[in-house]
Design a binder for this molecule. Structure first.
Ligand SMILES: Cc1ncc(COP(=O)(O)O)c(C=O)c1O
Length: 369
């Protein structure tokens, strides 16, 4: 926590705004929109809810298809299922670990020739690193298909001088407990279209028609953020830049100490992009190091250090075993390779240098003895 959360929480209590609306919600939306440089933002109960709302605004429904990054957390795709639509998964490319423009183009070509273009494309910015937005936008524009930018992990990151999350027709952020800033649970839907966000707020408040009696003409959800949590969010936003600085410093320390070990490669940062380095991720070439991901995870675990494999690609999940998948090229599934060789290191903004050195020493011991 930043330390000033209680100021906003106390204000909410003093003014009795204990509801999923109120001055903190309005202010948090405005402050976040201004921070990332977008016209409008709607504070909601989670990043997942924000994706779900974006899909509804784009009229995604039963029988539609939606293209989605494969190398991501399941929350990027679950809302596609909520709408009864079918996700088609797109592989990563090696330079950002995010959606491959080559695979996306292939998927579009097939969809076009089958006369069934997707209703939307969900592009994820993994671990803080922005996807190759310019190339991806060009392809989507060519087929006139809107983009939802899943920036749950990349708040505070930049792509060619513009905030990550602001490139799609809609963007989403998450304030889940593990994110770079948190409201314990929460999310934000952003767009340059304020009318669309007004509609999102309507759907997120049970689609209540403007009538004194409770009248409803369409399906709605209870997705708004509470005024107390928005107070936490306002205070967290004040320290976002510091949090990014801390995460990048942690990445730099790992890089400085470990990048010289043959067989280790850190997640790249594409030229003209600035990653918040939400998580420090790297790959291990077992043939060179003689140590597998699982072995390294076990070595860390034995020292009570929690590390994780890279996300298991969604096209490999039992939930999606019938869904289509487009790989980066015929010989190479980048997301599968990253899953087999990737590891995320402890990266919390509050890690001390001693904490970081403890992780580094443990990795050195496991890899070079
Ligand atoms: C890539 C990605 N998308 C979506 C989400 C969903 O956010 P939330 O947990 O706030 O629903 C998360 C994180 O949880 C995420 O990492």
């Amino acid at each position: 926590m930043s330390g000033s959360e209680m100021k906003y929480i106390n204000e909410a209590f003093a003014t009795n705004w204990i509801a999923p609306l109120g001055p903190n919600v309005d202010a948090f939306e405005k402050e976040l929109a201004s921070f990332v440089g977008i016209n409008a933002a709607a504070a909601v109960s989670s990043g997942t809810a924000a994706i779900h709302l974006a899909l509804q605004l784009l009229d995604v429904k039963k029988g539609d298809t939606v293209f989605c990054s494969s190398l991501t957390f399941v929350a990027s795709a679950n809302p596609i299922l909520y709408q009864g639509a079918e996700p088609v998964f797109i592989d990563s490319e090696p330079e950002t670990w995010n959606m491959s423009p080559l695979a996306l183009e292939e998927a579009f070509k097939d969809a076009d020739s089958a006369n069934k273009l997707p209703k939307a494309v969900v592009i994820v910015n993994l671990y803080g690193q922005s996807a190759k937005m310019e190339e991806l936008i060009t392809i989507c524009k060519n087929y006139k298909v809107p983009i939802i930018e899943d920036a749950a992990e990349s708040l505070g990151s930049m792509y060619k001088g513009k905030a990550s999350g602001t490139f799609g027709d809609f963007g989403i952020y998450s304030f889940n407990g593990n994110k770079i800033i948190t409201t314990s649970g929460g999310g934000m839907l952003i767009s340059n279209n304020p009318e669309a966000l007004q509609k999102a707020r309507f759907i997120a408040t049970q689609s209540r028609d403007p009538a004194l009696h409770y009248q409803h003409s369409e399906i709605g959800y209870n997705y708004r953020m509470s005024n107390i949590l928005a107070g936490i969010g306002r205070s967290q936003l004040e320290v976002l830049k510091e949090r990014v600085k801390a995460r990048r410093a942690i990445f730099n320390m790992y890089y400085q100490e470990l990048s010289c070990i043959p067989g280790l490669s850190f997640m790249p940062e594409l030229k003209n992009t600035f990653s918040n380095r939400w998580l420090t991720a790297l790959t291990i070439d077992e043939e060179i190091t003689g140590v597998s991901v699982n072995k390294l995870l076990a070595a860390l675990d034995s020292e009570n250090i929690e590390a994780r494999p890279v996300w298991k690609p969604l096209h490999l999940q039992p939930l999606f075993d019938k869904n289509k998948y487009y790989s980066h090229n015929q010989n190479m599934s980048v997301s599968e390779e990253l899953f087999q060789t990737g590891i995320c290191l402890p990266s919390g903004s509050n890690m001390t240098v001693e904490d970081q050195m403890r992780v580094i020493e443990c990795i050195k011991k496991a890899l070079i003895g």
